[in-house]
Design a protein around this ligand. Structure first.
Ligand code: URP
Ligand code: ZN
Ligand code: ZN
Length: 468
């Protein structure tokens, strides 16, 4: 019992063509004209629609314990929300508490993610450096199919690592063939700015961006890339927001370094006026690094990075907290849990503002949201519509119009940072592992049907500058 998707336009990174797509079991088994259908097959009419590879979100946090709260979407609701928005695979961050075992944290993440409705993997965070850390990193790659790590250069006093840890993480990652993903902000500077603002009685959410200026994101990006270059490590800078960090990445790339950059829709489309919304409404937008001011060139640097190839992927950093949870920081912005929802909005928002807005082609959007994350992170069977690949597909109607809203999204988040955004294009159907999981606004995603995807290491050291 399979599917035949008839008469759509298949769009991959760098190509588009009209074809039928046949799915058998979990796999794409045929692409061509007038593909035959058996009586057991379901036929889907895709005329006038695009057939895209399922999007991959390389940056999400489901049920993340963070800043005294747990983010409100769990692996079931968060992946379902993704499916409704055309995302069929996620990479979450497994984050052990500092000083605790990565392998113990992995057990916890495995339990949590067993209810996922879409396929998933993890980046493993290193939150401290101890005598077992290098061996655990090696075991994570060798025995568990996790080939990307994460370091936070911010969140001092919690999960931030210092340069000593950063140095060693980069070194061991290069030896194991893993990528290091980096939250790049100078956490010591943030900590000091926060204290100074609070001491002056400046406690509202509008001071969150003041405490995290773009210069300190640029500095940390440069430092992380330098550490990576020393060891020949492949680095991937997550959620880039500003021209300083884009320029640091650009310098590294032009110098021949293997490195990647990710941004997220909120940094392209919102600006820091959102923090002034009344009734503590600005708290919904509190995330780190912060949404930047208009007219300083940050938004343009990100858009051009996406179109000229300096930036490589678009994630969402989906990490929603409810208004009630955000109220923990009602009298101190440093206590507002950082994060917002976005996994359901990415495709429609970027189709509208990226493709219809004339910034880049749909092929490039497919590359940024599916093909590149699959290639960088080793999801070998995902990110392209082709025979033999996983049957994770999106049937996208380019002509439909809708309005994004927390009232209609499937996420448990009670706010949408894109509330009221009018978008062009709609996900008509999402097929996950060969089964229709979302159709005409109805979610049929199955709890627990997502699988953990084990990956192989490919990013071994390239031209290290130090030999130790
Ligand atoms: O504010 C954010 N981004 N929250 C999630 C954790 C992180 O830093 O990615
Ligand atoms: Zn981060
Ligand atoms: Zn994040």
């Amino acid at each position: 019992m399979g599917l035949v998707i008839r008469g759509g336009t298949v769009v991959n990174a760098g190509e588009r063509f009209e074809a039928d797509v046949k799915v058998e079991g979990r796999t794409v088994s045929g692409i061509g004209s007038n593909l035959p259908k058996t009586s057991a097959d379901t036929e889907i009419d895709a005329a006038g629609r695009y057939v895209l590879p399922g999007f991959i979100d390389p940056h999400v946090h489901m049920e993340l314990p963070f800043m005294g709260m747990v983010s409100i979407d769990d692996f079931e609701s968060g992946t379902a929300s993704g499916i409704a928005g055309g995302t069929t695979s996620i990479i979450d961050f497994c984050i052990p508490a500092p000083g605790t075992s990565m392998l113990d944290a992995l057990k916890v993440w495995r339990e949590r993610s067993a209810k996922a409705t879409a396929d998933y993997s993890y980046h493993m965070a290193i939150t401290s450096w101890g005598e077992n850390t290098a061996d655990e990193m090696r075991a994570v790659v060798r025995d568990h199919g996790i080939t990307s790590f994460k370091v936070f250069m911010a969140y001092k006093g919690a999960i931030m690592v210092d340069d000593h840890a950063l140095y060693h993480v980069m070194k061991v990652a290069a030896e194991t063939g893993a990528v290091v993903t980096v939250h790049a902000e100078n956490g010591d500077v943030v900590w000091n700015l926060q204290r100074e603002l609070l001491a002056k009685g400046l406690t509202g959410p509008e001071y969150h961006p003041v405490s995290r200026p773009s210069a300190i994101e640029g500095e940390a990006t440069e430092r992380a890339l330098t550490m990576a270059r020393l060891h020949g490590t492949t680095a991937y800078i997550v959620h880039m927001t500003c021209k300083e960090s884009v320029h640091a990445l650009e310098r590294a790339k032009l110098g021949g370094q293997q490195c990647y950059g990710e941004t997220c829709p909120q940094y392209l489309l919102l600006d820091d006026r959102v923090f002034h919304k009344p009734d503590f409404g600005g708290s919904a937008y509190v995330m780190s690094p912060p949404i930047r001011p208009l007219h300083l060139g940050h938004h343009d640097a990100l858009w051009s990075g996406l179109s000229n190839g300096m930036l490589d992927s678009i994630g969402t950093d989906h990490c929603p907290f409810t208004h009630q949870q955000k109220l923990a920081g009602a009298s101190d912005f440093t206590k507002i849990p950082n994060g917002a929802a976005g996994i359901e909005d990415r495709l429609a928002i970027l189709y509208t503002h990226g493709v219809v807005g004339g910034r880049f082609s749909l092929e490039r959007l497919v590359e940024l949201g599916a093909t590149a994350p699959a290639r960088i992170f080793g999801l070998e069977k995902k990110g392209t519509v082709a025979v033999g690949m996983d049957a994770d597909l999106v049937i996208f109607d380019p002509n439909a119009k809708s309005v994004r809203s927390a009232k209609t999204h499937f996420s448990r988040a009670d706010r949408s940072i894109f509330e009221g955004f009018e978008v062009r294009g709609r996900v008509d159907r999402t097929i996950v592992g060969g089964r229709v999981a979302f159709e005409n606004g109805k979610l049929m995603a199955e709890r627990g049907s997502g699988r953990f995807i084990a990956r192989k290491p490919t990013h071994f050291a390239r031209h290290p500058e130090v030999r130790s």
